[in-house]
Design a protein around this ligand. Sequence first.
Ligand code: ADP
Ligand code: MG
Length: 387
Amino acid sequence: MQASISAKSVGGASGSRMKVAFKGGVSPSSSFVSPLVLKPLNAITSGLSGMFRLVARDLAIDLGTANTLIYEKGRGIVLNEPSIVAVRFDGQRKQAVAFGAEAKVMLGRTPEGVKVIRPVRTGVIADFEVAGMMLSHFLGKVRKKSRALLRPRVIVGVPSGITEAEKRAIRDSIEGAAREVRLIDEAMAAAIGCGLPITEATASLIVDIGGGTTDIAIISLKDLVYSTSVRQGGDAMDEAIINYMRRRHHLLIGEATAELVKKTIGCAHPDYDNQEMEVRGRSLTSGAPSALVVSGAEIREAVSEVVSTLVAAIRQALENTPPELSGDIISHGLSLAGGGALLKGLDRLISEELSISVRVTDDPLAAVAEGAGRCLDNQELYKHVLF
Ligand code: ADP
Ligand code: MG
């Protein structure tokens, strides 16, 4: 379902990351086997058992602060896991004990000596060692399924404003698993994933609300005309909910509970104030387990500061738009992607505050991976957006 809300309409409802994409096929540099030989060979090997390929299919990776997605050419999204690693500390040595969904359930419940780490927390890789372990693990999982002999080509989504050193580090952490690594700006990938006409002479406004960051970009003719990254997104909303529950209700809750509350009754618009749920935690007054019923209105108040920051950043982007492009944006509106786009009533609020139509894309959590994946499928059209 596509939620589309205009500034005048009444009623309606509705997380930064790094991305990676790989390409299947043979790079001109891998000269030891000619593509003329490989094609028929591949056809034979895949025809033989259906389980074995000579060359791995191209991949696109969205290495997000909250979730990592891998898109395989011709197959779509083949991996979708939280960007989380549970690590055992043994003196100076770090040993991964669980990855992804398995590590996420350990949040706030780890045994002594084990720490749950989010290596991409702020949009750039915060812990390269652990991020590298995580990527190799996820790539290994995908490759095991594909059973190919030759490594794939990969496209990775990266935040705009990433430094040369950070680009190098990302390439380094993937190079062992890929025979070619290309990068794409995440906002560009999100825009492509949302189906925006980025190759045309019209301006598109994309807002990608991830876990750690929110990326705002205006794109025209395959170029970023404006882009900014705000270090606030879904995580900041979770923290705001934790603080609100402590301050207002003297109830201590963990990150996982805060996220659940946000997804269940969190909202940005009073239309959703009446929802309720029971929230469990530890009473700060008695120290005992405690539960109480909380309303959507309360959670809206809790996250309002984060939401206002995001609205202000979008307002600033609009104010910085060259006048010829403003007209395009007014007529096409704004596209929302990233998991944060699912906060109820956020589209409506932005629409009302900024007098602009707002559309939440079909699958906001997959937009970047889908967009980077589309670059694999249409290389000629999108070659200029890869670097
Ligand atoms: P990233 O690109 O940083 O990995 P994602 O685009 O995967 O981030 O979005 C993750 C964020 O979206 C998390 O903060 C998560 O809590 C939030 N999120 C996911 N679903 C919902 C929902 N239904 N309502 C509000 N927030 C949501
Ligand atoms: Mg993202």
